[in-house]
Design a protein around this ligand. Structure first.
Ligand SMILES: [Ca+2]
Ligand SMILES: [Ca+2]
Ligand SMILES: [Ca+2]
Length: 269
């Protein structure tokens, strides 16, 4: 019996031992499981940490964000640049149109002014041609800027001048060597518009101007018999320009009238 009890006790002890071993094994298993879990956790944490390390600025996601930001900024800048360029083009276009319009107005004004001037000149030329035609029919001749009328009859100096004045002219005034050549080329004796009747020796043209350059014959003017106060072209040597002679104003001679044509519109014909 005691053996049985001892055996039973031993068996119980063994059972207890087994239980203790089992408990230790369970504890070991749990420890192993915890260890594995901890390792997994550390692994996961490590991976997470690795992932976080890769997510620092400069990684792929950050670069993608930065690239997107740069792209947006670039797009905005390009858009602003396009707006600025478009605005510049519009402003330039407006200025160009304004310039073109001003140029067209200026050009049109110039054309209008030219047209008005040409029209006025055409009227003047037509008037002058009409005047010349009328004078040519009356026996006038045109030279330089003057019309000349050579009489076919003879009269005193005073009567001759009156005839010229009736023709809205006066006795010829010789202003230049060319005019003297023209007049002397007529090869006739005739009165010219020169006299010293107001003051002996002071020769004046019919317009009141004093004589500056004379073409007197040698020895003239001599005021022969103190009665010579009017000037004539005296033809005795047509190879010379010095052909003037003073003569009694009551002597009858041909005469020559002159009418200026510098501005035909200012003359009354
Ligand atoms: Ca003249
Ligand atoms: Ca005289
Ligand atoms: Ca004389």
């Amino acid at each position: 019996m005691s053996e049985a009890i001892y055996a039973n006790t031993q068996m119980n002890n063994e059972v207890e031992t087994d239980r203790g071993e089992m408990a230790e094994m369970v504890v070991d298993i749990y420890d192993s499981s915890d260890t594995l879990r901890d390792e997994d956790t550390r692994t996961t944490t490590h991976e997470t940490e690795d992932t976080d390390l890769h997510n620092v600025p400069g990684d792929l996601n950050s670069e993608s964000d930065n690239s997107g930001r740069i792209f947006r900024v670039t797009t905005v800048c390009l858009g602003l640049l396009c707006v600025i360029l478009l605005t510049g083009i519009i402003v330039q276009s407006v200025n160009y149109n304004i310039t073109i319009n001003n140029s067209e107005k200026k050009w049109n004004n110039q054309l209008q002014t030219s047209y008005n001037n040409m029209t006025r000149e055409r009227v003047q030329l037509q008037t002058m041609l009409s005047v010349l035609e009328t004078h040519f029919q009356e026996g006038w001749r045109y030279f330089g800027s003057s019309l000349y009328f050579l009489s076919a009859e003879q009269k005193t100096w005073y009567e001759s001048r009156q005839d010229c004045q009736r023709r809205n002219a006066d006795l010829v005034i010789i202003n230049s060597e060319e005019e003297q050549k023209l007049i002397s080329g007529l090869k006739m004796r005739f009165w010219i518009g020169l006299t010293d009747k107001d003051e002996e020796g002071t020769w004046k043209w019919v317009d009141g101007t004093k004589l500056t350059t004379g073409y007197w014959l040698s020895g003239q003017p001599d005021n022969f018999q103190s009665q010579e106060d009017c000037a004539e072209i005296y033809i005795w040597d047509n190879k010379r320009l010095e052909l003037w002679n003073d003569l009694n104003c009551e002597t009858k001679r041909n005469w020559i009238c002159e009418k200026m044509l510098n501005n035909p519109l200012t003359h009354s014909y």
